[in-house]
Design a protein around this ligand. Structure first.
Ligand code: SAM
Ligand code: DTB
Ligand code: SF4
Length: 330
């Protein structure tokens, strides 16, 4: 237990998560905000910028993803971007106030060789600019994880996406266990873990909570928990799904905050569909990071003007770079 309003626990049951989530809204938000304040500056939001360094043509069949080769979505494919292009994007991100830079690749898994060497080089370059580096490249072995860490990669993003029970409805080309194995390799290498999921894929509220139970019951909580609201992309099997009740999404954010008191909870994909009022409620519920800029990996995101105005209206601000978060204990 730490000095939090909600203790750090790793033995959550589904029923406990449901009881938290189903509380009267004011009680849930009060508990989440109290927990948040015990661990973070409640006025502060971390800005992270995403860049797709290798886009499209992915062999996996993730039903939500515009980059899967299984679906016709019109996403323009490209191989690993040159270093000068990535450097310019990272500098731009830093200048606009981002402290974290996440590079994504549409791969099932990392393969040793030319492409991975290029990624390692990119990690070194971006780390050298003083940004917290995150990568999301698909499945990873322990030795590949160690190479990324040595190059200065601070975090690895690998989402569980949904509950183990619903997972098979969304992806058939790899298993939940595959995902857990990669997360384990990331941990063993000493990188921090960024792991979350997607809401709005036809799953039940209990599937959403099942995901939170999986995350919170890991031996160490993921330091970063991205909560994505599905971006429905034409051509994917989930293009026509129903939209998510905003208050249910806020409830999920609050429940994540209480179950993982010291993790960064990231308001991730789907902000184009979220009103400013909904985002404000998410911040009150304990979300403390956003993906910033006009593009996520391949889809649109509210730009800086909009986000800066929102921060101002809420009397909130972006987090400054912290030296300590860039170095990793070997
Ligand atoms: N290929 C790697 C992987 O799957 O781990 C890295 C890139 S992948 C695009 C990163 C994450 O983006 C996925 O795990 C998924 O959670 C999220 N994502 C992809 N498409 C999305 C969409 N349409 N809406 C919301 N989140 C999405
Ligand atoms: C995460 O959970 N969400 C981000 C980041 N991790 C890599 C990606 C969202 C992608 C949304 C669809 C797209 O832009 O292609
Ligand atoms: Fe490939 Fe990742 Fe998209 Fe799945 S989510 S299709 S693994 S890029």
């Amino acid at each position: 237990m730490t000095n939090t309003q909600s203790p750090i626990r790793h033995n959550w049951s589904a029923e406990e998560a449901q009881a938290l989530y189903n509380q009267p809204f004011p009680d849930l938000l009060y508990q989440a905000q109290t927990t948040h304040r015990a661990n973070f500056n409640a006025h502060e939001v971390q800005r992270s910028t995403l860049l797709s360094v290798k886009t499209g043509g992915c062999p996996e069949d993730c039903a939500y993803c515009p980059q899967s080769a299984h679906y016709k979505t019109g996403v323009e494919r490209h191989s690993v971007l040159p270093k000068d292009v990535v450097r310019a994007k990272a500098l731009q991100a830093k200048e606009s106030g981002s402290t974290r830079f996440c590079m994504g690749a549409a791969w099932r898994e990392v393969k040793d060789g030319k492409d991975f060497d290029a990624i390692v080089d990119l990690v070194q370059e971006v780390h050298g600019l003083g940004l917290e580096v995150c990568c999301t490249l698909g499945m990873l072995t322990e030795s590949q994880a160690a190479r990324l860490r040595d190059a200065g990669c601070y975090a690895y993003n690998h989402n569980l996406d949904t509950s183990p029970e619903y997972y098979g409805e969304i992806i058939s080309t790899r298993t939940y266990e595959d995902r857990l194995r990669t997360l384990d390799n990331v941990r063993k290498a000493g990188m921090t873990v960024c792991c979350g999921g997607i809401v709005g894929m036809g799953e039940s509220p209990n599937d959403r909570l099942g995901l939170l139970v999986q995350l919170a019951n890991q031996e160490v909580h993921p330091e970063s928990v991205p909560l994505n609201m599905l971006v429905r992309v034409e051509g994917t099997p989930l293009a026509e799904g129903a939209s998510v009740d905003p208050l249910e999404f806020v409830r999920l954010v609050a429940t994540a905050r209480i179950m993982m008191p010291t993790s960064m909870v990231r308001l991730s994909a789907g902000r184009m569909e979220m009103s400013d009022e909904m985002q404000a409620l998410c911040f009150v519920a304990g979300a403390n990071s956003v993906f910033a800029g006009e593009k996520l990996l391949t889809t649109p995101n509210p730009g800086d003007d909009h986000d800066n105005k929102l921060m101002k209206r809420l009397g909130m601000h972006y987090r400054e770079n912290k030296e300590c978060s860039q170095s990793i204990a070997a």
